[in-house]
Design a protein around this ligand. Structure first.
Ligand SMILES: *Cc1c(COP(=O)(O)O)cnc(C)c1O
Length: 384
């Protein structure tokens, strides 16, 4: 392998690392208990409140682990053994939630919709009223199919039945509008390598005040020491309550992720969302002329992971292999039920740049003998 070869990552994570995040990895080392680090963490906290739009009394931090740790930590903190959790699932990451909650010995009530199908809000309301769960959990943007799920609507139902509400924001926060307080979300998480375009390894998480109260009121200790929110709070909090050693944080990843969050906030979520929509639209328009199609109807299509159906007769594995080996472009196929049927094109963070998708058009123009592709793409896509 040539480790200096650039590969264009059009995949739904990891995304290309933002230059500001990459540069921060080179800052000289500090102790995880150094005053500089605590000051930097305080800035991350202030920025995470803005990113998630938390309400008063919320606790935000970075978990040392990937997005899946963010998912697991939420369940570990908000559920005690035997407690009811309603999990809305319409894809691979919804299924991961079910698996995690079963392992935590929660009383799992799965509500499944077929993959690539939208969530039936009335069905959620009915089962929520029937079962009165302690927690309702759902993925916002389902990466395995490219479906955007209705968070505000499910948040209303959670409020009606008095349940806590946990949302997987891995493919949305930092790129699309996310409003924890307005939507009644009690726990949300992402992974540093998706919409923020930092390296993988951290999970930015946010607990509402209500969630923290529920954790303080537990009868049993959180089963995993590492993800206990109260342990995390002892390190992250300001003043006498905080600044205590919990575990050695990955200092360089804190810097990289901290810088990436700054970049996202200063660009603005509206602008980032516009990039994702615009590059996605241009890609779909151009590819539809050679037989690709939208896998998900526009009404519930996730702007940050564009799932496209393949042209009749296209050899999925062979074409993606050629893209990777000859053109240094990485494209992901389907996952689970959609394997072999779709491609999933990432439009998160630095993914959503016309110059990267232009490269795909140039490559496919050759592979599929469709010389007009780059021009068609450029006609729609004029953002930088
Ligand atoms: C990527 C992803 C995860 C898991 O994140 P990892 O960083 O791979 O652990 C969870 N949920 C969704 C929706 C994702 O896209």
């Amino acid at each position: 392998m040539d480790k200096h070869q650039e590969v264009t990552l059009l995949i739904p994570g990891p995304t290309p690392i933002h230059p500001a995040a990459l540069a921060a990895m080179q800052w000289p080392m500090r102790s995880h208990m150094d005053a500089d680090i605590f000051a930097y963490n305080d800035q991350i906290v202030a920025d995470l409140h803005l990113l998630y739009k938390t309400g008063p009394g919320a606790f935000v931090s970075l978990l040392s682990g990937t997005g899946s740790l963010g998912m697991e930590a939420g369940f570990a903190n908000l559920l005690e053994p035997g407690e009811k959790v309603l999990i809305i699932s319409n894809g691979v990451f919804g299924e991961r939630m079910i698996e995690m909650c079963e392992r935590l010995a929660a009383n799992v009530i799965p509500l499944r919709f077929s993959h690539a199908q939208e969530v039936d809000i009335e069905a959620v309301r009915n089962i929520a009223f029937e079962t009165s769960p302690k927690l309702i959990a759902m993925v916002h943007g389902e990466t395995s199919t490219g479906v955007l799920n209705p968070v505000a609507e499910i948040g209303e139902i959670a409020a009606e039945v008095g349940a806590l509400f946990s949302v997987d924001a891995v493919t949305t926060v930092g790129m699309l509008e996310f409003d924890m307080a307005a939507w009644g979300v009690d726990y949300a998480y992402t992974g540093s390598q998706k919409c923020l375009s930092a390296p993988p390894g951290l999970a930015p998480v946010a607990f509402s005040e209500r969630a923290m109260q529920a954790i303080a009121a537990r009868k049993t200790k959180v089963s995993t020491w590492y993800s206990d929110a109260l342990g995390m709070e002892a390190y992250w909090a300001v003043g006498a309550k905080g600044r205590k050693y919990h575990h050695t944080i990955p200092v360089q990843l804190h810097w990289a992720t901290g810088e990436a969050i700054r970049v996202a906030l200063s660009e603005g979520i509206a602008e980032r969302s516009h990039r994702a929509h615009f590059v996605g639209e241009a890609t779909l328009k151009a590819l539809s002329t050679v037989g690709f199609g939208a896998f998900i109807p526009e009404k519930f299509r996730l702007p940050t992971v564009l799932a496209v159906t393949l042209p009749e007769g296209l050899d999925d594995a062979k074409v993606r292999q050629e893209l990777r080996s000859k053109y240094f472009i990485s494209v992901t196929g389907g996952l689970g039920a959609t394997a072999g049927k779709i491609w999933r094109l990432g439009l998160m963070g630095e993914n959503a740049r016309p110059r990267y998708y232009h490269r795909l058009m140039v490559a496919l123009a050759e592979i599929l003998d469709a010389p007009e592709l780059p021009k068609l793409f450029d006609e729609v896509c004029t953002v930088a």
